[in-house]
Structures are given as C-alpha cells and as structure tokens.
Design a protein around this ligand. Structure first.
Ligand code: MG
Ligand code: ZN
Length: 224
C-alpha cells in the first residue's frame, strides 16, 4: 500500500520535472542541481563559482532551505538573480521537488539566463530521488566528512554526473584519505568526474569551471 503512494508521488514529480525540462530547453537555460549533506560547502562553492563565471555566462540561482534566507543573502552579493525557497511553506520538506522549482521559475526572470544553479536542501538521501528537470546533478562532499559517504549513500552518487570534494585546504590538518574517498566514489559510479577544490582558497576551481563551461557550450550547440 505504502509503496503505491510513493510511486504515485514520484510519477507526479516525474511529469512535473519533464515540464520543467521542456521550459529550460525552450529558454536555453542549462540547469545544474547541487546536492550534499549540510555543511559541505555548497553555498561557498557557488559563491566562488559565481565570482568566476557570472561575468561570462548570465547565471541565476535557486536556493532551497527549510528555513532562513541566509544562503540567498550570501549569494545575492554576487549580483546574480537569486531566489530562496523555504520548504517550510511546502511542509518543511528535506528536499526540493519539481513542482517547487516550477513555482520558483515562475518568479525568476529567466530571459537572457544561460545557466541556473539549484542549491538543494542539505541532505544526501531523498534529494537524489527527485528529478527537478535539471541537465546535470552534482554531489559535493568535503574533507571534514567520512570518506565512506559514497558507500553509505550510493543512490546520490550513482545519480549524479560529477562529484566535488571541497575544503582541500584543510587536508594537511585532517586524517582524511583523499585517494580512498575517490576510490569509493568510483566504486559506486565508475568514471564519474571528480573535482577536488577549496571554495575558500580557489584551489582546483579551474577544472570545475571548465567542466561547467563545456556543458553549457554543449547545450547551446545542441549536444546533449
Ligand atoms: Mg547552503
Ligand atoms: Zn526529503
């Protein structure tokens, strides 16, 4: 019985996600859904990314949190359009769903926008189950977390197209085994691109930015 309910919710979400995807396609907007556990640095990564990319590619951001506009306030300093969603208004959901993105997009003026980041609610579990209509999904983990996160949350790592390991600046002070973390990611998702970065110092950002720019370029030239 319960399984039926879950299936129904997911298929409604899938339909809505397809609608979002069509809209993004028509508007020529490339969409990247960023997910992680709380505190691994999604907002910091976005701050650094926007500071390096928004001058070349017109960008907007949708930020999901249960409460507060703290992250949106930080990201708005970059000057790009930022819309905060508080899932409190949608029952305090611990993830973003396609219908929430549809409402957000309604409020956000996408004309002229080429790249849209969605910062999902910090949570490695259910955000993985909800297609938002995005082109690419990125999972962020950080050197202050366990190297075994990919093994514990395989669905997240399997459904993402790239992984970012953030806070590389802390590596000298931690027992974190970077190679083991990468091995665990590749065990769950062979050949997934992995970017080791410090959103704080900017170390490693170049490869990450190139990956984004290449994806946006592919979409505008019609390559999926
Ligand atoms: Mg955040
Ligand atoms: Zn959830």
């Amino acid at each position: 019985m319960e399984i039926k309910v879950v299936r129904k919710v997911l298929s409604v979400n899938e339909r809505m996600a397809e609608q979002n995807r069509r809209l993004f396609f028509e508007k020529g907007v490339y969409v990247i859904n960023i997910m992680s556990s709380p505190g691994s640095g999604k907002t910091a990564l976005l701050e650094k990314t926007l500071s390096r990319i928004a001058a070349d590619i017109p960008t907007a951001v949708i930020v999901g949190d249960i409460c507060t506009t703290n992250d949106a306030d930080r990201l708005a300093l970059s000057g790009v359009p930022v819309l905060q969603i508080n899932t409190d208004a949608f029952g305090g959901e611990c993830h973003l769903a396609a219908h929430v993105i549809e409402k957000a997009v309604d409020e956000l003026n996408l004309s002229g926008i080429r790249l849209l980041f969605i910062e999902n609610v910090g949570n490695l579990v259910c955000p993985a189950e909800f297609d938002l209509g995005e082109d690419r999904r990125v999972v962020v983990m950080s050197t202050t977390e366990g190297e075994d996160k990919p093994l514990k949350y395989p669905l997240m790592f399997r459904t993402c197209h790239a992984a970012v390991i953030n806070k590389s600046d802390l590596l000298p002070y931690l027992d974190y085994d970077l190679q083991q973390a990468k091995t665990n990611i590749l065990t769950v998702h062979p050949e997934m691109p992995i970017f080791t970065v410090s959103a704080k110092t900017g170390e490693g950002m170049e490869a990450w930015l190139d990956w984004i720019k290449n994806r946006v370029r592919e979409k505008s030239s019609g390559v999926k």
